[in-house]
Design a protein around this ligand. Sequence first.
Ligand code: BG6
Length: 473
Amino acid sequence: MTTQFPDGFLWGGAIAANQAEGAWNLNGKGISTADVATAGALMKAREYTDGIIEGKHYPSHEAIDFYHRYKEDIKLFAEMGFKCFRLSIAWTRIFPKGDETEPNEAGLQFYDDVFDELLKYNIEPIVTISHYEMPYHLVTEYGSWRNRALIDYYTRYCNIIFTRYKDKVKYWMTFNEINVVAYQPYISAGIKLREGEVKEQVVFQAAHHQLLASAKAVKLGHEINPDFKIGCMLLYPLTYADTCNPEDVVAAHDAMKKSYFFSDVHVRGYYPGYMKRYFQKNGINIVIEAGDEEILAQGTVDYIGFSYYMSLVATSDQEKIKAAGGNMLSGGSNPYLKASEWGWQVDPTGLRIALQNLYDRYQLPLFIVENGLGAVDTVEEDGSIQDDYRISYLKQHIEQMEKAISIDGVDLIGYTPWGCIDLISAGTGEMKKRYGFIYVDKDNDGNGSLERTRKKSFYWYKNVIASNGAELE
Ligand code: BG6
């Protein structure tokens, strides 16, 4: 088959600081919101403790020790032929508490070293500025993104990293899965609801602050280096109507609106009418200060990064449908799809639909910055890991990407499968839920040598990249 992937397509992989680095308190790093997240019980959501409690297991504290092993890991990525690598900067390495005026030099130097290592192999760094991690001090002292003061702390942080890395990093994303604040406010934005607070009032005010912070960052970044490409990052929760009953179709549209709200503001630079009405109707009063509208209008993004793992179903009649789990949010189950061991409904065709929907809506370049199968891997007696299920999942998704490009004309610039090296799960804190091409010897309780081993999918993906997506067998 002739490949339809464009020349220069950014094949790579993705990780996040708090799920990979470890070294949670080394060289001046402060405590982050992720550092107080325990490992949940098997397949269960994590607990976010008030501060660090002795005797509890906090997986981010060691994670996979990327902090000390990044050279070895990047060498393996280079061996696979990665063109790019998505990682996040831990805000707490740069500003340990978040409200300092001077950054932590050791933290800045660490990312200089990581970027240099990537560039040595011609791997383009793709940087998420805040990926489910922020200074814990901003939570305890300021109430996190409820507080408008956070906008200045975030933009100060952006100013420092944009200036420092302006010749090393071109692709940035402002907030990982920004729409998740509406569903999981703590993991996404450090918000624990206080007694008497109305969830939507708090999360949409916080969202307003994050959207302003993002817009300011985009404007600032372009001033620092006009060649920067600064994107948003959306969890794309593709939702189908349960039936062709128009009421079900409306329910599916409504389910998507809460996510589109975020990308609409990021891309168009203003609040969509449907959301203003939703706020009015539900008694949500967002404090929008003079000048905010200009800020949003001036900071629109250059591309759309998004994650896609699964799809959901919406209905007008909840009685009629079985519940299904999913990434950060849940919905209805789909009898046409099989689910992963963690209950996420696997839907490769849905990725093509997602690409079409986003491209039709925005006509901006798209970047799939997360996709993959969380599964239990077995190490065979000979030490090999035969992860054919992962290969099958990724292959089917890449086939749909190819169709989106060659048939639907979508401008897709890259693909970074999630957890290209095994790391800790964001949702459950488990190690057992593995996504990687590279196996890391560590178990759910934190035991293991941390040794890295190439899985079968490692060799498969290497060939996919070498053939620019033409060889998927
Ligand atoms: C995305 C996050 O929601 O999904 C990642 O951006 C996360 O941080 C990934 O790891 C997969 O979710 P989980 O719960 O399997 O780790």
